[in-house]
Structure formats: structure tokens, C-alpha cells
Design a protein around this ligand. Structure first.
Ligand code: CS2
Length: 477
């Protein structure tokens, strides 16, 4: 068992960024791009990472000065790179004031986020802030000791305004449509409930550029840490494993500068919407489809799922018939080629991306990954039966029992309610109708669309009677 820990080999860069959400994706993505930008162009863009929940990342990274290993896996090869762009990790619940001080520091010019969909404390169907969210209720009553991302951002901006320090840029890096506007909406919604004058200042002074982010990064396993130890001689529990592919598209709208990320391949554009829609619908939409149907079919990983020719074909037909027709082709992109690359990425068996991991938080993911695409198809008079099968598979999944009668460990903010709703209904039609009455997920117009209801009900019945594998084959027939 290797016990040597990584240590910092060069002086830590001065802080320029506070990042909320120090998880695996952030380490495999933002931290790597920022290191490469500083290596090429210098600049004080050191990152203070902040966990809003758990001490795990801090406990893993503090003993190694914030450094960690980025392991790039590609068809059996591995490339290990030590990343030093993160200079410290704070745990917000332990000392919220420390986090706010870091965000108020004049050297902090960007506050970025990978807090997952549920971190925005919004209603997924509408994008509006949920003022009844327990963390939002707490933060409005305790604005100096916040728990939520909106709470911390508003508390820090209030102090920066009072000290005339000037604003930072808020950079959302989560898989949400118009993530910059969504982040702005929840921050302003929170600020208005607290101090309308401050909200007006934020609205006039703080940029919230949108981004599209893409790198497949499975959760790190103990085996990944052990394998790295064998390769490198270091015990690095903060290591991340990820594919070689990466794409970051950012609206170039910053209050006070930014790292020279373009040297690392970042695309700066005037508007990210088209790239976001492409990625959320073509990649994340089929990811969630494969996650629910694959899990129900007994497949543990995405690679295992698409190794089944029917599931690979399902992706190809979904892209061709139900997804690409709803996605305007972004400048510089070829959607058919993009989707062919996606399937090749999914097939890479060196990336053990678990269907169970992707299935998490479906109530927060479905609107932007599947339901928007379905709505656009229905508006054109097309019933997208493949995507309706994916929704039915999600409904089966949140029912909490798999095809072998075993319990499913469903992770979702609405898990208890969804299971209760499903359990209280008996027939497929009743279950579908009841689950579609979840306003956080399904807007009323879609939930009341008869063609949608009927297609999902038929798919649900097929799943119950014949299982996921047969249901996919039936769709392809
Ligand atoms: C995945 C995403 O876990 C999930 O929901 O669909 O994390 C996906 O791997 C990334 O968006 C790829 O860029």
C-alpha cells in the first residue's frame, strides 16, 4: 500500500477564483484547464475550492497541498498529470465566514460553480428559485451564515458592494440550459427576497456568462486510487479518472478578467445557447436514456449498455429521428458527426461510467435532457416514442424495484415522494398520470398532453410486461 502523498512542487498561485463544488468533474475539468492556462500565460488564477456539504474533498486534498492527479484514460492507455491549480479547500458548514471572506477578497475575480442541478435550489420545470427550499428558507433568515450557493454569492456581493470592492463574475459550469441566466435568476430571486436595493446592484453590475461543459468523468473508485498508487507510487485519494475528450464553450463576458483558457482550447463565443442545447439533448439526453433503460436491463455501465447492439442502435435512431431534428446546428459543429463521436465515447470500456451514477437526480435532469426535446417534437405533431420510453424507464426506476424484484437505491431530492406516488397508483396509466403530476418536473401543458401520456403509458406497460431489453427491441422493430 503506497503511503507517499503528493506535495506541491512549485509555489501556489495567488487566488483569483473561488469555486463552489470541488467534485470529480470540477477537478477533471475547470482545474485542468486553469492549470494549463497559467502554465502557458501565468496569471494569479489559483482556485479556492469550497464544499457546501461534505469535508471529504478537503480531507483528501489538504494533506497534499490541494494537488491531485488527473488520470486521462483512453482505450487502455493512462496519462497521469499532477494538477496544482487548487490552492486550498474550504468546508462551508464548518466556517461560512471563511468562505465569504474568500469571495470578498479583491483578488477573487471569478466565482464558478459545479454544484449539480440541485444546487441551484430552483424548480427544474420553470427555472425559478424555490423560496420554500430548506436552505433558502434558512439563508433568508440567516444571511451571514448561508448554506446555499445563492446565499453565499449574495452575502459576498453585499460585502463587496459595501466595501466598494467591485463585483466578481459568476460562472455556472453545470448541465443546465442557459445556465448563466438560470444562475442569475436564482441569485436575483434570493437577493430580492432579502434586499431589493442589493438585487438591483447585482442586476446592473454582475456578469453571469453561460457555459457548455463536457468531459465524461466517472466517480473515483478505491480501485482507481490503488491503480494510481501502483503506477505512480503516490497515495492520492483525490485523483480523478476521465476521458481524453473535453469541450468548454463560454460566453466571453467577465467583470474583471479571466484566465487565458483559450490556450487550453476553450471556445469563447457571443452566445452559448446552441452549444448547450446540442450537448444537453444529444449527450445528456441519451446518457439518461441509457442510464434508466440500461440499469433496468441489468447493465452496470454505459459501455456495457451500448455493447448491446440494440442499445447502440437506440441511440442512433433517437439522434436521427427524435433529437437532432430539434437541435439547431451550432456554428462549427456537424451534429451527425458529433453524435457518432458520442457513441464512440460511450463505447470506451476504459471509462467505467455507472448507469446508477447517471440515473441520480433524474427529477432535476429530465426537463432539460428529455422533456424539452419531447415538447419540441409534440409541437411539430411528432410523438417521440423513443424518448417517451426513456421517461417511462425513469418512472419505473423511481418506483424503486428493478426487474429482478430487487430494491433500487434511488438517489434523488424527490425520491421519497416519487416512490410514494408510484406505490399509491396501481395501473400503468395511473402511475404515469400520477408521476406526471409532479410540478417540479413536468410543466402542466406537457403533463396534460394526451399523446405524451398515452405514449409513456404504452412504454411503461411494455417495460412491466417484457422488460427493458424487449422494450428497446420493440421500439427498434
Ligand atoms: C452525466 C453527466 O452524470 C450524468 O448525469 O450525464 O455527468 C455527463 O457525464 C457529462 O455531462 C458529460 O460531459
Amino acid at each position: 500500500m503506497t503511503v507517499t502523498r503528493l506535495t506541491r512542487q512549485s509555489p501556489a498561485p495567488q487566488r483569483g477564483i473561488v469555486h463552489l463544488g470541488p467534485g470529480a468533474f470540477f477537478r477533471a475539468f475547470n482545474a485542468v484547464y486553469t492549470q494549463e492556462a497559467m502554465e502557458a500565460h501565468g496569471g494569479d488564477w489559483g482556485i479556492t475550492a469550497v464544499s457546501l456539504r461534505s469535508p471529504t474533498a478537503r480531507d483528501q486534498m489538504q494533506p497534499q497541498d490541494g494537488c491531485f492527479t488527473s488520470a486521462t484514460l483512453a482505450s487502455g492507455t493512462v496519462k497521469d498529470t499532477v494538477i496544482g491549480s487548487i490552492t486550498d479547500v474550504l468546508v462551508a458548514p464548518e466556517n461560512p465566514s471563511n468562505v465569504i471572506s474568500a469571495m470578498v477578497d479583491p483578488g477573487t475575480r471569478i466565482v464558478s460553480m459545479t454544484i449539480t442541478e440541485k444546487g441551484y435550489c430552483h424548480h427544474p420545470a420553470s427555472g425559478e428559485i424555490n423560496l420554500d427550499h430548506p436552505d433558502i428558507v434558512h439563508d433568508l433568515a440567516n444571511p451571514d451564515t448561508p448554506r446555499s450557493a445563492p446565499g453565499f454569492i449574495v452575502a459576498a456581493l453585499a460585502q463587496r458592494r459595501a466595501k466598494n470592492v467591485g463585483p466578481f463574475t459568476v460562472l455556472s459550469c453545470d448541465n443546465l440550459p442557459s445556465n448563466g441566466a438560470l444562475a442569475r435568476g436564482v441569485v436575483l430571486g434570493f437577493a430580492r427576497a432579502l434586499d431589493p436595493d442589493l438585487a438591483n446592484w447585482i442586476a446592473q453590475n454582475v456578469p453571469f456568462p453561460a457555459t457548455m461543459v463536457d468531459r465524461i468523468t466517472p466517480a473515483t473508485t478505491a480501485q482507481d486510487v490503488a491503480d494510481l498508487g501502483e503506477r505512480s507510487g503516490f497515495h492520492d485519494p483525490a485523483c480523478v479518472v476521465h476521458e481524453a475528450f473535453r469541450q468548454w464553450v463560454i460566453e466571453d463576458n467577465f467583470a474583471d478578467g479571466r484566465p487565458q483558457w483559450q490556450v487550453a482550447g476553450v471556445q469563447f463565443v457571443g452566445n452559448v445557447d446552441a452549444h448547450e442545447l446540442m450537448k444537453l439533448r444529444c449527450l445528456n439526453g441519451t446518457h439518461s436514456t441509457l442510464a434508466y433503460l440500461g440499469y433496468l436491463a441489468g447493465y452496470q455501465t454505459i459501455a456495457e449498455t451500448v455493447a448491446d447492439p440494440a442499445f447502440a442502435k437506440l441511440c442512433e435512431i433517437l439522434w436521427r429521428d427524435e433529437i437532432i431534428p430539434t437541435v439547431p446546428e451550432p456554428e462549427g459543429e456537424d451534429l451527425t458527426a458529433y453524435c457518432a463521436t458520442l457513441l464512440a465515447r460511450y463505447r470506451d470500456t476504459s471509462i467505467q461510467h455507472k448507469t446508477w451514477q447517471i440515473a441520480m437526480d433524474g427529477s432535476q435532469k429530465l426537463p432539460q435532457r428529455l422533456l424539452g426535446t419531447i415538447r419540441d417534437n409534440l409541437d411539430k405533431g411528432v410523438v417521440p416514442s423513443g424518448l417517451c420510453l426513456a421517461v417511462a424507464a425513469w418512472m419505473r426506476y423511481v418506483g424503486g424495484i428493478d426487474e429482478k424484484g430487487q430494491a433500487i437505491d434511488v438517489r434523488d431530492p424527490l425520491a421519497d415522494r416519487l416512490k410514494s406516488v408510484s406505490d399509491q397508483a396501481n395501473s400503468a396509466a395511473d402511475k404515469v398520470h400520477a408521476l406526471m403530476a409532479t410540478p417540479e418536473v413536468f410543466d402542466a401543458a406537457l403533463a396534460q398532453n394526451n399523446a405524451f401520456q398515452e405514449a409513456v403509458t404504452l412504454a411503461y406497460e411494455t417495460l412491466v410486461q417484457h422488460g427493458a431489453k424487449r422494450a428497446v427491441q420493440t421500439y427498434l422493430a
